[in-house]
Write a protein that binds this ligand. Structure first.
Ligand SMILES: *Cc1c(COP(=O)(O)O)cnc(C)c1O
Length: 367
């Protein structure tokens, strides 16, 4: 079989979708399945939908278009706050979008009216992570504007944490979100259908907080795909972390010194100056995959007893450890979330689906 290739275990993804949707259903929280980590892959999206997930979200319009063109029918949410120049496409491709700017909201309203629709919007509240969000005290004014726009429906409010500033979701910031929802409802006499507390990183808060307040919705990608392995807790217990396996091939296997040598040893081709421990001569391997296909060497978990030393664009350098691997042997790695995204997006890596059909994620005509 071709190398490198990405093997996608749909049984693990189906397990994660059932596990997470049931876990959160018990807490009164609905989960939207985020497909940006798999570039809007329709087979993965179908697996979500066949296993308890009822709506889909992606950061990119291209991915939403891919899902629609594959014939997938579910409510679609756009995660990345829309660009003004894309208003027409947003209302055509997404049923709902996350927003922070009145100027954009007005354009979305006009675009929706032109095609005779009402576009649902969730207003994002800034809770300290400093990515997208309206400052809480400014939210009522924006809500007032939205309520006056004919092409829009104020579906709810939401927040995003642990992305830019590293701020974890917890009882205090989730409390602010709940109180902001109540304030909007009181002030305008409306009922907010969705209070979207965040993403995969809300897991610890959700599993430990005594009171989840008004939060009734989360947008989860990483948990569904790789079981939340990048959480500080290192993976959600009971979830599968092995859905994505990158298979590469050994293209060089040689005994070599473990430290670079030469007249002048400086930074590598990526501008990073590294230090190397001299471990004497070691058996070293090169595999045929690199930074064009993965995010970072640290994001790979080898399935053999080898250690990843680093990567350049097209070469992965390994210490052969206790394994007697030879040129031509295949070498497998489970991937973290970032490398999953890179491998999915790499046109050099074919995607192979395992257990398709067993996960009732088959074609739409079967359902
Ligand atoms: C990516 C993203 C998510 C999903 O995050 P995960 O960590 O994959 O669960 C949710 N909301 C927004 C706004 C995002 O950009």
């Amino acid at each position: 079989m071709q190398t490198p290739r990405l093997e996608i275990d749909l049984r693990s993804i189906a397990h994660n979708a059932r596990f997470l949707s049931e876990f959160y259903a018990r807490k009164g929280i609905q989960v939207t399945g985020v497909t940006k980590g798999v570039c809007g892959d329709p087979t993965v999206a179908r697996t979500f939908l066949a296993n308890g997930i009822r709506s889909l979200a992606d950061a990119r319009l291209e991915n939403l278009r891919r899902l629609r063109e594959a014939g997938i029918r579910a409510p679609f949410m756009l995660l990345r706050i829309p660009a003004l120049s894309q208003a027409d496409e947003v209302v055509r491709l997404a049923d709902c979008s996350l927003n922070t700017e009145v100027k954009v909201l007005r354009a979305l309203s006009d675009a929706a009216r032109r095609i005779g629709r009402r576009h649902a919007v969730i207003l994002m509240v800034e809770l300290g992570d400093l990515r997208e969000g309206i400052m809480p005290q400014d939210l009522p004014a924006v809500a007032r504007s939205v309520l006056a726009m004919d092409g829009l429906r104020l579906s709810g409010i939401g927040a995003n944490l642990f992305c830019f500033g590293g701020v974890q979701p917890g009882e205090s910031n989730m409390g602010v979100l709940s109180r902001t929802a109540e304030r909007v409802e009181r002030e305008f006499g409306v009922k907010l259908e969705i209070v979207s507390g965040g993403a995969t990183s809300n897991y610890r808060w959700a599993s430990t907080a005594a009171d989840l307040g008004r939060i009734n919705h989360l947008r989860c990608g990483e948990a569904l795909l790789v079981g939340g392995i990048t959480l500080p807790m290192g993976g959600i217990p009971g979830m599968k972390h092995d859905a994505f396996k990158l298979v590469a091939e050994v293209v060089e296997a040689k005994q070599k010194p473990s430290r670079p040598w030469g007249d002048s040893v400086g930074a590598d081709a990526f501008g990073t100056k590294r230090s190397f421990v001299d471990r004497g001569e070691r058996r070293r391997l090169i595999a045929n995959v690199g930074r064009q296909d993965i995010y970072a060497p640290e994001d790979l978990r080898p399935l053999q007893d080898v250690q990843v030393q680093g990567a350049s664009s097209d070469h992965l350098v390994l210490d052969a450890g206790g394994d007697d691997m030879q040129v031509g042997d295949e070498i497998g790695f489970h991937l973290g979330y970032n490398s999953t995204l890179m491998a999915m997006a790499s046109r050099y890596v074919p995607k192979i689906y395992l257990h398709e059909g067993e996960t009732s994620g088959g074609t739409d005509t079967e359902r």
